[in-house]
Design a protein around this ligand. Structure first.
Ligand code: 5GP
Ligand code: MN
Length: 332
């Protein structure tokens, strides 16, 4: 993969560009994708943007979400835009498997593939790009890309809102260790351009349904187990639980963080039962590598302190296996 700066000459003429991000897009995936759409359109390019499935509702306040092609709803339109693109940006993922049903179309696409991503161990399928786990978010990398393109002054309020959203959500509200001075300088720059951060926090964090709030109470009382001897916590949620509270996509977001607020807990896991598989989310504090844990035991990956994986066993068997791993390997 060649450095992203070497790809800049490609953008001197208007191009057909497709942007794609990962399945179950989060704030960083949608924020970075939309910021880049706004920026590239300002530069005169023809841009389409694809999400492998729907964007969560709490992000729909962002400017430009109506442009997103949901590949689950419009598979033909999504694969056509990949097939016809001269340049394909891959944002916030580094393995084609993470675009789910779009994987074959992405792998077969003839366009030049550019990567901007901050996960570990990128697959060697990108022509140009930057893969940097030291970056807080893909949004920060899009900000850097805009600056490297020499157009800091192009950052308008739309772009600023998108970049702020992804950086906010991926840094746990500017809390995780990846929140460097450079992140704060970027936010200062966005503020100087007129960004209002209050309404963004409200849209993201104060937009819960009553059901979601009650579900969290239920999950903490009925579904959380704490293992002080392993400095670990586990929350497991069945499909019946989700049905009971009429949970919407995204409503389990953030649940995995709660055990980490207990004194002494440094490793937290959320196990959720989906229609076709069981998903696991891992979070840690300090020097326990959950990326390695997810890779080793649950065919997943992610970051050092935040990762995910899956299991094809039943939720009960997954929970049993998880506990066995904890007791045998004593990870902390
Ligand atoms: P979450 O727990 O929020 O679903 O995911 C946490 C982090 O782990 C995200 O940055 C995501 O990219 C990564 N991740 C989640 N699931 C998987 C997976 O199955 N494979 C890989 N490689 N990364 C994952
Ligand atoms: Mn990210």
């Amino acid at each position: 993969m060649k450095p992203i700066a070497e790809a800049l000459p490609l953008f001197q003429q208007p191009k057909r560009i497709a942007i794609i991000t990962h399945y179950k897009p989060d704030g960083d995936a949608i924020g970075s994708t939309l910021a880049l759409v706004h920026f590239l359109r300002l530069q005169g390019h023809q841009v389409s943007a694809i999400t492998p499935n729907d964007a969560p509702e709490f992000l729909l306040f962002l400017p430009g979400t109506e442009w997103l092609i949901n590949a689950e709803a419009e598979p033909k339109k999504a694969s056509e835009s990949l097939e016809t693109a001269e340049i394909i940006f891959c944002l916030d993922f580094n393995d084609p498997a993470r675009v789910q049903s779009m994987q074959p179309a992405l792998e077969q696409a003839k366009g030049i593939k550019l990567l901007l991503d901050h996960h570990m161990f990128p697959k060697p399928v990108f022509d140009y790009g930057e893969s940097n786990p030291a970056k807080s978010s893909t949004c920060e990398m899009v900000y850097d890309f805009i600056n490297t393109s020499g157009c800091n002054s192009c950052i308008n309020l739309d772009i600023a809102q998108c970049l702020y959203t992804g950086t906010l959500t991926d840094t746990g509200s500017f809390r995780f260790p990846v929140t460097t001075g450079a992140v704060h300088r970027m936010i200062a720059d966005l503020k100087d351009r007129g960004l209002e951060h209050g309404p963004i926090h409200e849209a993201i964090y104060d937009s819960w349904s009553t059901n979601r709030m009650r579900f969290v109470g239920y999950a903490l009382i009925e579904r959380m187990e704490i293992f002080p001897q392993w400095q670990a916590g586990l929350i497991s949620v069945t499909r019946a639980d989700m049905k009971l509270f009429d949970l919407q996509p995204g409503d389990t977001e953030g649940l995995v963080q709660y055990p980490l607020s207990i004194r002494g807990i440094r490793f937290s896991t959320l196990i959720t039962e989906r229609i076709d598989e069981v998903r696991l989310s891992f979070r840690s504090k300090g020097d326990f590598d959950v990326n390695h844990f997810a890779r080793t035991h649950f065919s997943g990956g992610g970051h050092f302190n935040a990762s995910g994986g899956k299991s094809s066993e039943s939720i009960n068997d997954t929970i049993l296996r998880f506990k066995k791993i904890l007791s045998e390997f004593h990870p902390l």
